[in-house]
Design a protein around this ligand. Structure first.
Ligand SMILES: Cc1ncc(COP(=O)(O)O)c(C=O)c1O
Length: 402
């Protein structure tokens, strides 16, 4: 039996798959023996160790194949945050003799932005590359920003808040022409749309497992052969001496299975989710005359939508909490993080031109493998109902177009 949002959440509807996904039952099944039967340390020479080593290397090869890499180019990490930290800090250290300039897009995930802020304190020069109002980087501005001292360009493949997809092939070509390394954070795109390290021309690529129905706490960094990088973790020499710690075999096995399922189901899932997303867009536009989409309408992930209501931005959190009481989980992007005590305005939404007030008021709906058409219909009905009651309480007016 497949686990779905209803069985998992006791009749709740989960529309926050960009934050994390549930573990697919098929993934859980393949992980189980590695907790209690094949539990060896992959560095041990006995039976238990060699069995663990065997499955470690098979899993590495399976995941590497999904992105067109050699298995020797894929290093397991604890997740996207670690991979991104490693890519930036590891290249910064290894290439500081060439220069100290790094370029990242202004809409990167916090784990890239905050790593760059830390690197700036360490004496590196960071350019935060602006994006257009549709959330896509301006390639001319990238070309202008690169200098002979630029050691790394890092631009994410798809954005976690607004779902927009960057032209990474073009960015890869620009980096190659200018002799600078190119890293891309593919945590949101891997498993949902094709990610090919050779087509993209990346030297480093971040992926993780918990966005693709795999376990949390496991990810990987692709490092193209010949790329000089310093390790973050020093120790017993695992992962070819580049990332020491005993490998998390159950999580790695689960990650590989999750990746395999995504590859098998990618085409049909992408088509299904695109249809659901487009239905949602047209429902929102036809029901709310003051609604607007954040980020490009077409250059976006299949199941991802970020939208706002003009003049209603201040009430978004209240709206989300009421929806949650009704059993529907959606997000307000970065503003919905319980770690964000100050409820800061989203740097991504500000980068696409929203003012700080507007940038606190977006709704992110991210659909996934277990989202059904009926989930989307229930969400729409609940949104209309909630919005109507809130607008009549706060202004005595309605903003519905019908
Ligand atoms: C684009 C992006 N990068 C990095 C991360 C961090 O990944 P992890 O939670 O595996 O550390 C996330 C997850 O929130 C993400 O969406």
């Amino acid at each position: 039996m497949l686990v779905n949002s209803m069985t998992m959440g006791k009749n709740r509807i989960y529309l926050d798959n960009a934050a994390t996904t549930c573990l697919d039952e098929r993934v859980l099944q393949v992980m189980m023996p590695y907790f209690s039967q094949i539990y060896g340390n992959a560095s041990s020479l006995h039976y238990f160790g060699t069995k663990a080593k065997e499955v470690l290397e098979n899993s590495r090869a399976e995941i590497a194949q999904c992105i067109g890499a050699d298995s020797g180019e894929l290093y397991f990490t604890s997740g996207g945050t670690e991979s991104n930290n490693w890519a930036l800090k590891g290249i910064a250290q290894a290439k500081s003799h060439k220069g100290r300039h790094i370029i990242v897009s202004s809409i990167e995930h916090d784990c890239v932005i905050n790593t760059c802020k830390w690197l700036a304190q360490e004496g590196y020069y960071i350019t935060f590359l602006p994006v257009e109002s549709d959330g896509i980087v301006d390639l001319a501005k990238l070309k202008d920003a690169i200098t002979s001292k630029t050691i790394l360009v890092s631009v994410m493949h798809a954005n976690n808040e607004i779902g927009t997809i960057q032209p990474i092939e073009e960015i890869g070509m620009i980096c190659k022409k200018n002799g600078t390394y190119f890293h891309s954070d593919a945590c949101q795109s891997f498993g949902k749309i094709p990610v090919d390290i050779n087509k993209a021309g990346v030297d480093l690529l971040t992926i993780n497992s918990h966005k693709i129905y795999g376990p949390k706490g496991i990810g990987a960094l692709f490092i193209r052969k010949g790329t000089g990088i310093e390790p973050l973790l020093h120790g017993g020499g695992q992962e070819s001496g580049l990332r020491s710690t005993t490998e998390n075999i159950p999580a790695i096995v689960g990650f590989a299975k999750a990746a395999e399922l995504c590859m098998l189901e990618m085409n049909s899932e992408a088509a299904r989710l695109t249809e659901l997303r487009n239905k949602l867009i047209s429902n929102i536009f036809s029901n709310f005359e003051n609604s607007y989409i954040n980020g490009s309408t077409n250059k976006r992930l299949p199941g991802h939508l970020n939208f706002s209501f003009h003049g209603f931005e201040g009430e978004t959190i209240r709206l989300l909490l009421i929806l949650d009481e009704m059993g529907i989980a959606v997000s307000a992007g970065s503003a919905c993080s319980s770690n964000d005590k100050a409820h800061q305005a989203s740097h991504v939404l500000q980068a696409i031109g929203l003012n700080p007030f507007e940038a606190r008021g977006a709704i992110r709906v991210s659909m996934g493998r277990f989202t059904t058409e009926s989930d989307v219909d229930i969400f729409m009905e609940s949104l209309i109902h909630t919005f109507n009651s809130l607008t009549s309480i706060f202004s005595g007016t309605s903003v519905f177009s019908r």
